[in-house]
Design a protein around this ligand. Structure first.
Ligand code: HPA
Ligand code: ZN
Length: 327
């Protein structure tokens, strides 16, 4: 194993951009479909996995939402989350901040309670049995109207003690952050952390909107910031984190080659970037695999790798005490 490989494997890491529905492996899709008596348009997990070639974000999302249909009862959400947490243990991820998409479930008749109870029971077990800490972030689907986000916010009220933040995800183009100003203001008023996907496929102006209108604590993806020099300076100065997802960006054709990924350019310019897996079941790997892909294509120094890992701790929503422990 190379020095960098060892570093990646051994360093305790945090993950800040992970959609729990994006950890639904093809084998689990087929197993849950059988368990819940749901027919899928694929005969085998291999047949499903063969479809994981995406030309853009929307092609991925279409398949991702289709697969969530196999998640029905609380135990399904528990099993999904627990399987991801076991992968965290393998990759030495000690703290993870998990997104979930309630609307993709409640719109199918699965209750908010079912979703949140299944996920948080697994998070609680991981705290006790695996020593893995976590935060939970509820995302609004931006392709749905503001009224749906506001209704979801109301549904979440009895469960707010289990939810640490809100986010914004799904189809980015034509769905600017400005559409969700009011629901984000409500979340901030309740003291929740706020984040938003911006500048993945959408223009860098969406990053500005997320900062100025939604007042986010972090930007998810944000790689299209490279198109705006002044914004790069601002984000560096304000120490706003960008939760970068390298394998996601190549798999969704934001870059046609990992060698063109700007993560180290951004890092060397002083931006708080780090490595995350986004939807690992679909994009070819969990967090260590994302680091390995960067090493293979971009030949970073060990100092750069260490800085990425440190940035992830600094940008996390863990307590200052825990940050000091892991730094
Ligand atoms: N972008 C936007 N929405 C998403 C993603 C993503 O990468 N993954 C799951 N929902
Ligand atoms: Zn994402």
């Amino acid at each position: 194993m190379s020095v960098l490989e060892q570093l990646i494997t051994k360093l305790p890491k945090t993950e800040l951009h992970l959609h729990i529905e994006g950890t639904l492996e093809p084998e689990m899709v087929m197993a849950l479909a059988a368990r819940n008596g749901i027919s899928m348009p694929y005969a085998t997990s291999q047949e499903l996995a063969a479809k994981y070639e995406f030309g853009n974000l929307q092609e991925f999302l279409d398949l991702y939402y289709q697969a969530t249909a196999v998640l029905v009862v609380e135990q399904d959400f528990y099993d999904l989350t627990w399987a991801y947490l076991l992968r965290c243990q393998e990759d030495n991820v000690v703290h993870t901040e998990i997104f979930f998409d309630p609307q993709s479930h409640t719109d199918r008749g699965v209750s908010f309670e079912t979703v949140v109870k299944g996920i948080t029971r697994a998070l609680e077990d991981a705290r006790e049995k695996l020593n893995i800490e976590s935060k939970l972030i509820m995302c609004f689907l931006r392709h749905l109207p503001e009224s749906s986000a506001l209704a979801t916010w109301e549904e979440a009220q009895p469960w707010l003690s289990l939810i640490d933040g809100v986010g914004l995800d799904s189809s980015e183009r034509d769905f600017p952050p400005s559409l969700f100003e009011r629901v984000f203001a409500k979340a901030r008023e309740k003291g929740l952390k706020v984040v938003a996907h911006a500048g993945e496929e959408g223009p860098s102006d969406y990053i500005v909107q997320a900062l100025d209108l939604l007042q986010v604590d972090r930007i998810d993806h944000g790689v299209r910031i490279t198109e705006d020099d002044a914004l790069m300076d601002r984000v560096a100065q304000e120490k706003v984190a960008l939760t970068v997802c390298p394998l996601s960006n190549t798999k969704l054709c934001v870059y046609d080659d990992m060698a063109k990924h700007p993560i180290f350019t951004l890092l060397d310019r002083g931006l708080r970037v780090m490595v995350n897996s986004d939807d690992p079941a679909y994009f070819g790997g969990y967090v260590n695999e994302n680091y390995r892909a960067l090493v293979t294509s971009l030949n970073p120094s060990s100092e750069q790798i260490i800085q990425l890992v440190r940035n992830s701790i600094l940008a996390s929503f863990m307590s200052d005490e825990l940050k000091a422990h892991w730094l």
